[in-house]
Design a protein around this ligand. Structure first.
Ligand code: PMP
Length: 307
């Protein structure tokens, strides 16, 4: 197992030496933004394929702007830092890559973003499946409503905002479900606790607009492109009512960690026949080949790294 290395305060150090002080602002208030990026190991080519890395860093920098965090790196610089850390770490397996920009000031009683300095850190860990399920997921509608853009903007990955996802995920899993589906304040379908949501009816793929308080998902965008270009489906971005989900032909979730996963049951009711949906499975097959560099058409979504 290679030593776990991180990029911390401008240097590559061992993870055990990358520590912050207990007074650190982000620890108290969730004043940080992060990303989850996958590095997919291709054994035949002996290379790491990092999926849509630049887009992840553009979203990270949008979150940083929201929280008035200045870091001295562009999206391209952050890609270079990531490539370097992957090469130094020498993992030859699938990775979860976690960049974090956080208010690093050791100053707890201050709520003025403009007065608080920031830092960047990057870590990576070996990673397999996120949602453990051989078949289709069993989901429930969460009793927790999705945080609204008027409260904390949910279109970027602000750390403090994840308490909302964590409450929903905890409630769902303690009740024996795999995942929670969250609704907006006014009762429209928003997304899973860590995934965007789609339904399929005949040849149409429907997904809620980002204005219904979901993350601007990169897997969401990939699934839309694959559905349009490979399967010729019609794509509709529109508000979705909870009850539509029970009667859809298929429902599926998308996310960097979760990949593309069919939902087989919602609130103990089967969706379709309760098995993984045919079309969602087809979208996932193309996606799985794309993320590992095995699909020439989508190879430009990946950054290839010799380890
Ligand atoms: N929604 C939420 C709340 C998430 O945390 C994630 C995971 N990043 C997603 C959706 C999916 O986004 P992406 O496809 O960019 O990973």
């Amino acid at each position: 197992m290679p030593e776990s290395l991180v990029h911390f305060k401008g240097k590559i150090v061992s993870a055990k030496d990358a520590n912050v002080n207990i007074m650190t602002h982000a620890l108290h208030y969730g004043t940080a933004v992060f990303e989850g990026i996958r590095g997919n190991w291709n054994d035949d080519e002996q290379k790491m394929f990092v999926f849509r890395m630049h887009e992840h860093y553009v979203r990270l920098l949008q979150g940083a702007k929201m929280l008035m965090m200045d870091i001295p790196y562009s999206a391209d610089d952050l890609c270079d830092i990531t490539i370097n850390l992957i090469q130094k770490s020498q993992y030859k397996q699938d990775l979860y890559i976690r960049p974090l920009v956080y208010k690093s000031e050791e100053l707890v009683a201050n709520l003025k973003l403009q007065e608080l300095g920031s830092d960047f850190a990057l870590m990576m860990v070996p990673f397999g499946a996120y949602l453990e399920s051989d078949g289709a997921l069993r989901c429930c509608t969460s009793s927790w409503r999705r945080v609204d853009d008027t409260i904390i903007p949910p279109r970027v990955k602000i750390s403090g905002h994840y308490v909302n996802s964590i409450l929903a995920k905890t409630e769902a899993t303690l009740a024996g479900f795999d995942e929670a589906i969250m609704l907006t304040q006014d009762g429209y379908v928003s997304e899973g606790s860590g995934e965007n949501l789609f339904l399929i009816n005949q040849n149409t793929l429907v997904t809620p607009p980002v204005s219904d308080n979901n993350l601007t998902g990169i897997t969401r965008d990939s699934a839309i492109k694959i559905a349009k270009e490979e399967l010729g489906l019609q794509i509709l971005e529109r508000r979705i009512r909870r009850s539509e989900l029970y009667f859809a032909d298929e429902v599926f979730l998308t996310g960097t960690a979760a990949h593309i996963q069919s939902v087989g049951q919602l609130d103990n009711r089967d969706i379709g026949d309760g098995l993984p949906g045919k079309i969602s499975t087809q979208i996932n097959e193309v996606y799985q080949s794309a993320i590992r560099g095995n699909n020439s058409k989508y190879r430009n979504w990946c950054t290839e790294i010799e380890v």
